[in-house]
Design a protein around this ligand. Sequence first.
Ligand code: CP
Length: 317
Amino acid sequence: MVRHFLKDDDITPAEQRAILELTAQLRNRRYLEQPLLGPKAVAFITDKPTLRTQASFAIGIAELGGFPLMVDGNLAQIGVRESVADTTRVLDRMVSAIVWRTFADERIEEMAAVSKVPVINALTDGYHPCQILADLATIAQHLGGVRALPGKVLTYLGDGANNMANSYLLGGATAGMHVQIACPAEYEPDPAIVARAADIAATTGGSVAVLHDPRQGVAGADVVATDTWVSMGTEAEAAERKAILAPYQLNSELLAGARQDALVLHCLPAYRGSEITAAVIDGPQSVVFDEAENRLHAQKALMVWLLANQNTAVPTL
Ligand code: CP
């Protein structure tokens, strides 16, 4: 059975640490690892808009010595022109890994079930695990290294039911962090994901909490993160979502309740004046462009690790 990275908890805490340590090394020495020399190809398929994800994977695959095969999902029409399974059986004969940004998680799970090469989730409706690896790398970069992650308080403000909230819960708990989701009752995380994150946190010394009061959420936080209020696929509800989420805007007044040196994260693209103010995202506590750059280093580390460990047993956490 081949290892894949579809969700943040597909890797153990020790495996996540190893990937984050390698991320820091690759930030300093971009060409340290060359597992794709040949060049071997990695397919990057996207069914949704993207800037950071396609740029960081294309450049990362090339820096690892490989060839990035960029596939426009609108042309491939996976599941319409051809089944997910047949698409996978064609690609996995030609590439060393498949990276896919798509809609329902069932689509990428179907791909992983038949693929003979590792499949990486580049964002689905349910999860954005590569982004969380980059976020953890950014926190480690600024707050004392990978070993300093356990025990840090990370508060995510806003839509608690989206893929970023889910991935913060699972990825943050895996890192041993205290993850707080401050969100309205209308947009809470799936209780099953909260329960899974709590189980992981019980083994790593972290914790998870879902709160409704944004001030309580940020109080004492080491890291405050937010994301767009209108995720891909929810555009029709934009006006209603903005009204409900308004109290969770990350502004200077709210940020003042966090630690004085708290980091501000946003996976981008950001909508200044909606989920975050210009003063905060462009202010001294914001590390959002380090976070964007770390997509490159973290995904390279993930690919190096996954290519080397693709035939190892899938751990039961
Ligand atoms: N953060 C992120 O995934 O950016 P893109 O949607 O531009 O890839």
